[in-house]
Design a binder for this molecule. Structure first.
Ligand SMILES: Nc1ncnc2c1ncn2[C@@H]1O[C@H](COP(=O)(O)OP(=O)(O)OP(=O)(O)O)[C@@H](O)[C@H]1O
Ligand SMILES: [Mg+2]
Length: 247
């Protein structure tokens, strides 16, 4: 099973929209896909039209009393299952820190599900707590949406430094430009600058009203609005990501 995390320091940059659409595209490619919603907001859960209810709660899951499969819910897509999030995840950092091997918690849970799924997509909350640390040492690829603005790039640099310190690896992080609006001169300038940075994926996901509707329609954009520019962006992103992850 390959583990793809959508993560980073910054909030509101398109992590959940990316996780939801990549999970749908992984399923469409014939991969048995598990989307794990690690964010107490439960946005990815909502986008797959599921109730925000983590069966058994986060404490039992991270405490080792339950396996991941017990929390899995099916979706309208036969190829995509979800581990939903609820507010019990709000203390997930404390729970993970308190466990005997904090870095191994997510990997141990995923290992229990690895025969059932080809791909796990982790939708992570923004920030650098114990869960984020565990994500860094668990994922095969860390996808980081970056807003084409100085503070977006700055946040990415902070995250990349954190990953380098934690793992020593320099090919784990896969940043890409998210929510670009090419009508804005600043976005165009930042895009040109970012294109010279070889760490970045080629794909750029545009700002698109089709994605804004995701929380309302509760269907992945690539399914609800396959002809939108954003859906095209997610398909390109999946092509790059699946090749890099060896899928
Ligand atoms: N490409 C896009 N075009 C337009 N709107 C987008 C795009 N990507 C995400 N959005 C919208 O922006 C908002 C934030 O997106 P999303 O929830 O995916 O970000 P996030 O990084 O997961 O946020 P958080 O850190 O709060 O979890 C949502 O309303 C979403 O629908
Ligand atoms: Mg999110």
């Amino acid at each position: 099973m390959r583990v793809l995390a959508v993560t980073g320091l910054k909030g509101g940059v398109g992590k959940t929209a990316t996780a939801v659409n990549l999970a749908a595209l992984a399923g469409r490619s014939g991969h048995r896909t598990l989307l794990w919603d690690l964010d107490p907001q439960g946005a990815a859960t909502h986008c797959f039209d599921l109730r925000p209810k983590l069966k058994g709660g986060a404490e039992r899951l991270f405490g080792g009393d339950r396996d991941l499969q017990a929390a899995v819910k099916g979706t309208a897509d036969p190829w995509v299952d979800v581990v939903p999030a609820d507010v019990s995840l709000r203390n997930a950092d404390l729970m993970v820190s308190a466990s005997r091997k904090p870095g191994r918690v997510l990997r141990r849970l995923l290992n229990g599900a690895s025969r059932r799924y080809d791909v796990a997509v982790l939708d992570c909350p923004a920030g650098l707590g114990a869960v984020a640390e565990a994500v860094v040492v668990t994922a095969d690829l860390l996808l980081v949406p970056v807003l084409p603005a100085p503070l977006g790039v700055r946040a990415f640099e902070g995250y990349a430094t954190f990953v380098a310190q934690e793992t020593g690896a320099d090919d784990l992080v896969a940043p890409f430009v998210s929510m670009i609006d090419r009508r804005k001169p600043l976005h165009r300038r930042m895009e040109a600058e970012i294109r010279t940075d070889r760490r970045f994926l080629n794909t750029v996901v545009p700002l698109s009203s089709a994605v804004e509707r995701l929380g309302h329609e509760q269907v992945p954009t690539v399914v609800s609005t396959p002809r939108s520019l954003a859906a095209d962006g997610y398909r390109r992103l999946w092509a790059e990501v699946s090749e890099r992850a060896g899928l």
